[in-house]
Design a protein. Structure first.
Length: 272
């Protein structure tokens, strides 16, 4: 009997990054259910052919099992009670917890291995790495700028470690501690030259003018030079190959004269 007969054929994804990975592996035909957030990041699944279930944090076991999955993909944070019930039902569960780019590459390799597509997974990883290194080469001789990037605004939470790595590749110096809460006063003291807001779940709807005027950041170099930007949430907060577009958006924010206007990048000067 061929080993491929034992690979999962009915997959439920509770995490947009897993859905994007399945897409890039060419395996969306195995996806039987996903969350509404997956539709935002991967519009290819918004054709009405799949069940829409709650995300990993609010997971409802009955919803998930109704799809008759043989593999459930999720990422932290998730409900341990739901995970326990899924496992008790005899369904494989793969829980991911990426922090750095190396973790994301490993997660892609693990997912692709689980679904019998290791070679395709290796190509996806190599493609990401090559794209990141290409941007790094382009920025190597450019002046490095101080960059503050946040994934949430109230309280202010700095972007995740993988975003800090992307900022470095895009020619910036990441300010603050990645993934940690910080104060407006602390960021003002660090005087960023570029400010990026990519709020989880907000798409590109971040009130940049309020950020610039309401936090005491008016005298920062970033605000004085109008280098305050929103980058669409899914491009920086989805630990998947979509990060390549997020990297290009960061490069456009940090070095606009070189990279120009990039997809998913909105400057404060755009009137909404």
């Amino acid at each position: 009997m061929s080993a491929t007969n034992h690979t999962p054929r009915r997959i439920v994804s509770l995490q947009p990054s897993a859905t994007v990975t399945l897409r890039d592996l060419g395996l969306l035909d195995r996806l039987v259910a996903c969350t509404k957030y997956c539709l935002d990041v991967c519009p290819e699944v918004a054709d009405g052919s799949r069940l829409i279930v709650s995300d990993a944090w609010s997971a409802q076991t009955a919803q998930i099992l109704a799809a008759w999955p043989d593999l459930v993909l999720a990422s932290v944070p998730y409900q341990t009670e739901a995970v326990s019930e899924i496992l008790k039902a005899g369904v494989r569960f793969l829980g991911l917890a990426p922090r750095a780019l190396a973790d994301i590459y490993t997660d892609i390799a693990v997912i692709s291995g689980c679904v019998g597509a290791s070679e395709r997974g290796a190509k996806v990883i190599c493609g990401m790495q090559a794209a990141i290194e290409d941007v790094r080469r382009q920025t190597a001789s450019l002046p490095r700028k101080r960059v503050f990037s946040e994934e949430w605004g109230k309280p202010i939470i700095a972007s995740q470690p993988w975003v800090a790595e992307l900022v470095d590749a895009a020619g910036g110096e990441f300010l603050g501690k990645a993934g940690a809460q910080c104060s407006a006063e602390e960021i003002a003291r660090l005087d960023p030259e570029v400010i990026v807001a990519a709020w989880c779940g907000a798409g590109d709807r971040v009130p940049l003018a309020k950020i610039a005027s309401g936090r005491g950041w008016g005298e920062t170099v970033a605000v004085r030079n109008s280098q305050v930007y929103c980058i669409s949430d899914e491009l920086l907060n989805t630990p998947a190959p979509t990060l390549v577009a997020g990297l290009r958006a960061l490069a456009g924010a940090i070095h606009p004269a070189v990279f120009g206007r990039q997809r998913g990048l909105r400057p404060m000067t755009d009137v909404r």
